[in-house]
Design a protein around this ligand. Sequence first.
Ligand code: ADP
Ligand code: ZN
Length: 435
Amino acid sequence: MFYNEEFETLPREALQAMQIKRLQQVLQRVYHTVGHYKKSLDAAGVKPDDIKSLTDLRKLPFMTRSDLQNNYPFGLFAVPMSSVVRLHASAGTSGRSTVFGYTKRDVDTWSELMARSLVAAGLTKNDIVHNAFGYGLFTTGLGMHFGAEKIGASVIPMSGGNSKRQIMILQDFGPTAICCTPSYALHLAEQGGVLGVDMKALKLRVGIFGAEPCSQQVCDEIEKIYGITALNFYGLSEVMGPGIGMECLEGRNGMHIFEDHFLVETIDPQTGEVLPEGAEGELVFTTLTKEAFPLVRYRSGDISRLITDPCRCGRSHIKIERIVKRSDDMLIIRGVNVFPAQVEAVLTDIEGLEPHYQIIVDKSGALDSLELQVEVSEKTFSESGSVKELQNIERRIIKDMKDYLGVSARVKLVEPNTLQHTPGQAAKVIDKRRI
Ligand code: ADP
Ligand code: ZN
């Protein structure tokens, strides 16, 4: 089943001709409207006219998350704010967050790509979609919502949290599809177990999971517990949000990238060299149709492989393998991206702390948990004397982590010089989920 059969099955030659035309248009536009691109292309000695084929793409400089942060909040927008109808943002303190804008047409394109994703998962207007992704500044909740409405399905804008209520609605409203992180699906099943609910007895038929790594093993487990088909979607807000890649029901290996809207390359994360198709590397994306926030050669940090074999579903678009690795130190905590540098920015704003801390990530049941161990300064430690003051610092850290980064943290304040220090590195990350 297709949402847009013509474009999803376009023969590769026609697809590539469309890609190069769109790429040239994007380059002309960003070079003339966004200061960053003029500067970076000039520095690399390339002009938009030099890009005549898709292989010429590699002449263009990469963009990284720090380019986005350096242009906080709106420096990379290619249209005036009067043409922007929606803003989304990643977590982070001022200047460390990244902000994304959408024109009316961008929102329409995004909804279409999410509609394509849901149809690829076998959904139709007869489905009831339980959307347990958070609604708000993050892109996944609203992205899913607009896509589900576009295909005419009935959407339950559930958002995250309140597991008991989620289970009640799963039972009472009878949704046929659920969208959430894979760990949240496991968590709901755990809660269902406590309440004596048989998840297999629900009307659910398919689960659309993403926003965090979803290993084959976890997908298999979810399929077994719920008696559903578990499919993986892929997206990142910088490039658009969800709706960049989707596993199809017929293929069940890898996620199709909607190549009429995005170019994808894999590179060696160390050298930046473009890798041959099929080799494992960091995914790099170029947007081909976005108006407000176009991106050229954005390094996603996600590690995968390109799958070029024709797919059983008939889509001509390339696939990427399931993503379970990153090229950088980004952590995904309950679907929220957290960089140690962002945690550090939160901590350095709080008086009385040393810049030494440890991040310990683990699982609490099916869900991620994050503990911060932070050294208090010698001065605070010797002068505070009162437990109350230390408790205030602890409370402030918990609140700022929640407010700025969107994650709940457990905090343990420790005496000065008790944490192991690696020279040149403020934080040690212990990710017990991977051990
Ligand atoms: P989301 O709300 O979907 O997490 P963000 O922009 O906050 O969107 O995060 C995007 C990042 O989430 C990606 O770069 C990737 O690391 C991770 N991610 C998204 N979907 C998947 C997926 N299906 N498998 C693994 N990681 C994913
Ligand atoms: Zn397919």
